[in-house]
Design a protein around this ligand. Structure first.
Ligand code: UDP
Length: 421
């Protein structure tokens, strides 16, 4: 295969080979891994570059014949929170160049993920001829609007995000809402395509609620409300807990709440989990709330199938993979009326949208779905159909593949230029 079917996916802080659901590992890791593997199946030679975050991690992980993760040493070989990684980027760029020199091939296309990797792409461009494609995953301009304390790295991040939007050959927005934010909050310049995130439609939606509950030891008659995701205050888990508390007070019997996601004692996610458990106790909900921890290949699909409703109460969400995973499982979603969730969840058709942080609105929406089993079923069926039509990884990767091919045709000469250190 010639070099022109080679592509590098760069994800400095989101290791695509790591277990999902812990150590800040969430949607970005899933996106890069799934896109990488799907592109591999479609004939691309895919190398995914990430920062080596543990001395015991392998330097190269082969996922399939055409797709591998390559871990570059940049900074300490230990977990570093994303807001502290910037200073290690020059080393990362150097290592990525070195890797190419050793392999004696160069990537004509570099698809970067999150602003830290955007910077890597922009730096690489100074030394070699690449076409950069970028997915933001989260926009500083949106995020800093919703936090109380703006970190010191903010100015740097906002600058990188603006320059990247204006100079990358193509930007991939994962929803029309994200594209609007780029235009209104970042810059009117730059080429943006909308290509959504996806989900594995074979992994979800193939087990019945009854079987899933038997395997998870959940009462077949219970009304199960599910949260899946990281423990982070911005995920709005508190809103969900208070909403379910209200539903109980209003008399909905036999509710069970499952709050799933990994956490590390003493770290930011562990602290948030403790805070949430405190609220659960304060509201007297301990007896019917379970915290199953991080869900993986064995049980994630079972929880989605077992649930009557899945709730995504984020303060903001650029895309929100959990929503489409639940939908692929035939489970209706109650979500915040923000960002990508406005694109994936069709209110009244596949679930309901509520104003973020509004306990009362979430309680009413959850009640409506739980108290109408027939409608619940209809919503779930429509949800599954929507995912099959719009959000399968194969479909998403096919759209990306088309975009890459277009770029290669536009500027084939660029591929011939070699690397200068
Ligand atoms: N996830 C998981 N196990 C867990 C919790 C989360 O596999 O216990 C996965 C979840 O299925 C989804 C991803 O982590 O694929 C979270 O992505 P999302 O876009 O919803 O949120 P992010 O973490 O990017 O903010």
């Amino acid at each position: 295969m010639g070099d022109n079917k080679r592509i590098a996916l760069v994800s400095v802080h989101g290791d695509p080979a790591v277990e999902i659901g812990k150590e800040e590992a969430g949607g970005q890791n899933v996106y890069v891994r799934q896109v990488g593997e799907a592109l591999g199946r479609q004939g691309w030679q895919v190398d995914m570059f990430t920062r080596k975050a543990s001395a015991s991690d392998a330097e190269i992980v082969e996922h399939s014949p055409n797709c591998r993760t390559i871990r570059l040493v940049a900074g300490p070989e230990e977990f570093v929170p994303r807001q502290e990684i910037y200073g290690y980027l020059p080393e990362f760029v150097e290592q990525l160049q070195k890797f190419q020199q050793q392999q004696q091939y160069y990537y004509p296309l570099v698809h970067t993920n999150y602003w830290l990797s955007a910077k890597v792409g922009m730096e690489l461009k100074k030394h070699q001829s690449i076409q950069q494609i970028h997915t933001y995953h989260s926009l500083g301009a949106v995020k800093y609007n919703s936090v109380k304390v703006v970190p010191t790295i903010a100015t740097t991040r906002l600058n990188v995000e603006k320059t990247c939007l204006e100079t990358a050959e193509r930007i991939v927005a994962t929803s029309p809402q994200e594209r609007e934010h780029m235009r209104s909050l970042v810059s009117s310049k730059g080429n943006i395509d909308v290509i959504p995130c996806g989900t594995d439609i074979d992994r979800f939606g193939h087990v019945s609620r009854r079987d899933a509950r038997r395997q998870l030891d959940i009462d077949p008659a219970a009304l199960v409300v599910l949260y899946v995701g990281r423990f982070d205050e911005r995920k709005g888990i508190e809103t969900l807990v208070r909403a379910v508390g209200q539903s109980m007070l209003r008399g909905l019997a036999n509710i069970q709440l499952a709050i799933a996601g990994g956490s590390r004692p003493g770290q930011s996610d562990g602290i948030e989990r403790d805070r949430i458990e405190g609220i659960v106790d304060e509201l007297g909900m301990r007896d019917f709330t379970r915290f199953p921890g991080r869900l993986g290949d064995d049980d994630l699909h079972l929880y989605y199938a077992a649930a009557n409703v899945c709730v995504v109460p984020s303060h903001y969400e650029p895309f929100g993979l959990v929503a489409i995973e639940a939908m692929a499982s035939g489970t209706p979603v109650v979500a915040s009326d923000v960002g990508g969730l406005q694109y994936t969840v069709v209110s009244e058709k596949t679930g309901l949208l509520c104003p973020p942080q509004d306990d009362e609105a979430f309680a009413k929406a959850i009640d409506r779905i739980l108290s109408q089993p027939h409608w619940q079923l209809q919503l779930g069926k429509a949800a599954r159909k929507r995912v099959e039509q719009k959000f399968s990884w194969q479909g998403v990767a096919a759209q990306l593949s088309e975009l890459y091919e277009e770029l290669l045709v536009e500027e084939p000469a660029k591929q011939l230029v070699s690397v200068s250190a």
